[in-house]
Design a protein around this ligand. Sequence first.
Ligand code: ATP
Length: 221
Amino acid sequence: MGRDFAVIGLGRFGGSICKELSREGMEVLAIDRDENKVNEFRDIAAHAVIADSTDEIVLKELGIRNIDHVIVAIGDNIQASMLTTLMLKELGIKKITVKAQNDYHEKILNKIGADHVIHPERDMGKRIAHNIISNNILDYIELSDDHSVVEVKAGSKMSGQTLTELDVRAHYGCNIVAIKRGKDVIVSPVATEAIKESDILIVIGADKDITRFEKNLVLED
Ligand code: ATP
């Protein structure tokens, strides 16, 4: 069986991806040009190698072509990140995920052909901002520029009402797709399910609809 994943760049972000994948039993090839970083991962990843990923010959020698999914987590060195992505693309890697430093970097990575560009600091900033705006919003995941999934505390306004009575879809255009109740998660709740004050609702929809839902049904007067 070929190796499952390669992680290039073992900073805080790449390092935590490498640790988590390895913990889940995946075979990870961990690459960094810094010897100290590589040493940290010798007992964690299946393979840990000191290499400069901008060197095409080195990449070929590492057998990177046999790896299904490569994660490029080179931080500040935008040029190295772009060059590495370009070479991985040319080598025919099936799936390339790259961490972007800024919007400009993201745009170029998309043009080069990265399959998935992630921007963890920006996304986490947005999630925290939503939580700061409203204490009721516990988590926020952006699906597109104008759609998201939010995790919101039900609160007293909805308490005791069933999903039919609330009819969130008709009134607000968004959907309650799951309810967290203590340790239980009710996925696709039935129409007769009554909301409890301490429930946490997972709501999906357009941002403007979620905001209306939150203003009318979640926030206390
Ligand atoms: P994070 O933002 O995830 O905390 P970081 O701030 O540690 O990351 P950097 O230190 O800029 O980010 O880069 C991450 C890692 O990428 C570093 O360990 C660095 O040695 C490695 N790296 C940078 N360029 C290359 C390269 N050309 N080849 C291999 N590894 C590289």
